[in-house]
Every structure is written in structure tokens, then in C-alpha cells.
Design a binder for this molecule. Sequence first.
Ligand SMILES: [Ca+2]
Length: 410
Amino acid sequence: MKMTRRAVVLGIPAVLWGCSAGPSVRQPAQQVTFSAVPNAGFDAWVEGFKSQAEAQGVSALAVESAFRSVGYLPGVIEKDRNQTEFARSLQDYLAITASDARIAMGRQVLQQYSGLFSAVEAKYGVEKQFVAAIWGVESFYGAKRGTVPVVSALATLAYDGRRRQFFEGQLVAALKILQNGDVGVAGMTGSWAGAMGHTQFIPTSYLAYAVDFNGDGRRDIWSDDPEDSLASTASYLSKAGWRFGQPWGVEVRLPGVFDPGLVGKSTARATSDWTALGIASADGGRLADHGDSAVIQPAGSAGPAFLIYHNFEVIGRYNNADNYIIGVGHLSDRLAGGGALQAAFPPDANGMRLSDRVRLQQRLTALGFDTGSMDGVLGPKTAAAISEFQAKRGMTVTGIATLDLLSALT
Ligand SMILES: [Ca+2]
């Protein structure tokens, strides 16, 4: 959910993007509520903003209608302030985005909506597994589209001022959507940051890319029916330059000796060049040629290596965090029948591998402590469970998962 300045990669110009739900796929343990509270400063700001919105082409009637029930949402500010706490390692991020449950559900919806996915793929030239993967990562295939009133959320963020210009722009765009009549103000719900619908469009991207695929006269990304949302997502990727048939990236095996200066997005080479330098596919075979690519090692030299292609950048238009792009890309591979990554990830700062972290959560859970999940991703609930265990055993309370703690749990 952070704004990211994209690097110049593979010759594609820089744009600013942000605010998709991508990198924060898991909610923090503490519940944040989104009830409005009275705020005189906010009310005064809204009054002032109305004329600004009208100056940008929103009718007075639409402005009044949109702001009739607007309220200041302190929960939104709480989320905005705390988002950096939830930065995840790539390994953790993949454990969440390409979880067994998300893969299984993705394969199920690809069957359930096979006609829709095929029609969208045919019209926009974007393979169905990528559209499905974005749907899965953004809202767990529509299950978590967000229930926060978007006008109030965006007004609260604009009033707060940390990123005023950005959120004022989003708020004006939201008012234009309401004015167009695609949705009513009560139905315009989304994430705390104003990302809406099955694939979490922010209002400006909605205005630019959303389509009415089912032909009912409305571009409806908010309803249970995913038709317009999935077509809008493909429309977005298509307009961002998607190349049909090209992977986002492929896992590769680097030779024993490889110049670290060649690792990085800014060094794009032809497949034949990489082959000559000793790069092989992850299973040791010859690289397939999908066009120019760059080598990345997002978890460092002890983790997996990938060749990334133009389409990596296209997914980045949706959300430019590398974890997000790799998460969507890997999930799409899994939905298309591909396997898990072949390379291991290095242990974390406490020497724990993912399998150690899973075992730690399993043992704490078996002893009656609530770790929140048992996927090896250590969030606030696992930290609290560790602290509780340590306190009960008379140990120093740290809340930190270590190999010593794992031994103590055995
Ligand atoms: Ca429609």
C-alpha cells in the first residue's frame, strides 16, 4: 500500500503508482474499525474541498450527494501510519500469496468462470492465469473487496495531509465516478486507502481503464459479479503494454561463477547472451527465448534467481513492489499448473528457515497458544504467542522466534 517510485527497467519509463492492496495481503492482528467520529476540522476541510471539486468538473449536485454522509475515519489514519510494520520478506510474501488455499481457490474459479476468462483473454490478449492471479492477490477472488466507505476514507486521508495531493486527486476521481452513475455512494466501498472492487482499482485507474464487459451500461467493479472487474484488469494490463505469450519471469540457475555486476533490472540482455554466460533454466535445461531479460536475486545471492521480462514491468504498473510482481507472477504460474520454486531461501536473521518457523507455530499451537496461522509467516499474533509462552515458562520475554526457542518447544 505504499507509493513506490519505479526504477527505469528494461527501457520502460518511470511512472508513479501505489495504493493497491498488494503487499499487505494480511491484516494486522489488532482490529481496526472504520467508524466515523465528529471532527470539526475535517468538516471545515470538506466544505472547502467542495468548491475545489466543482472547479475540476464535478457538479454541485454530485458533490452535495457524495458528501452528505461523509465522516472522518480515524481507523484509516491508524492504518496509514502503521503500514510499514507489515513489510514482508519475499519468502513470507510468497507463502501468503501462493498459499495452498489461494492456489486451490484460483484453480477453482478458473473453472467456474472459464467462459468469462476465455472471453476476456480473447478480447484483451492477457492470459487468464494472470488476471486470476491479480484477482487472487488483491481480494482473494472477490472475498475481500473491502467495506470501507471510499469517499470518507479518501477525504480522511486528504484532510490528514500526509499525501494530500495524491488523495485529493483520488477523491475528485471518486466523485466523478459517482457523478457518472456507475455506483451509488453507499455502494462505493473498498479498502481503507480507497482501492475498490475485485481487483482493487483506485479511482483514477478506474476512470482510465475500467470497462463495461457485460454490457449492462455500468462499469461495475463493486458487485459480486466479477465480469467487469476481470475485464477491467485485463484492459489495464493490455493498455500497459502486455505481451501475450511472454512470461513475467522464469526461475533460473546461475553458474557457479557469475558476475554480480550483471544482476539487476538495469542490465537487460538477449537470451543467447545469458545462455553463453552459463545461465540455465531452474531444472538445469536450456533457456527458452522469450525476449530480452534481466537477472534478479530478490532474496540475495543465497536465494532464488529469476530472469524477468517486459511483462514483469507491466504487472508493476498495477503495483510496483517487487514482492507484489513476483507474487502475482508466481501465483499465475501455479494456477497454470507450474510447481513451487526450486531454489531454497536463506534463513532469516535469527537463523530460522521457513520450515523451522512452521514447526515453531505448530508446536505453540499444539500447546494452546494462538499463532494466528501456521504458514511460517511470523506476524503480531505469533510474537504475542511466543511472549506468552516465554512468560509462562519463566523465560525472558522477547516475542522473537529463534532456534533456541524451537528447541525449548520440542
Ligand atoms: Ca457492466
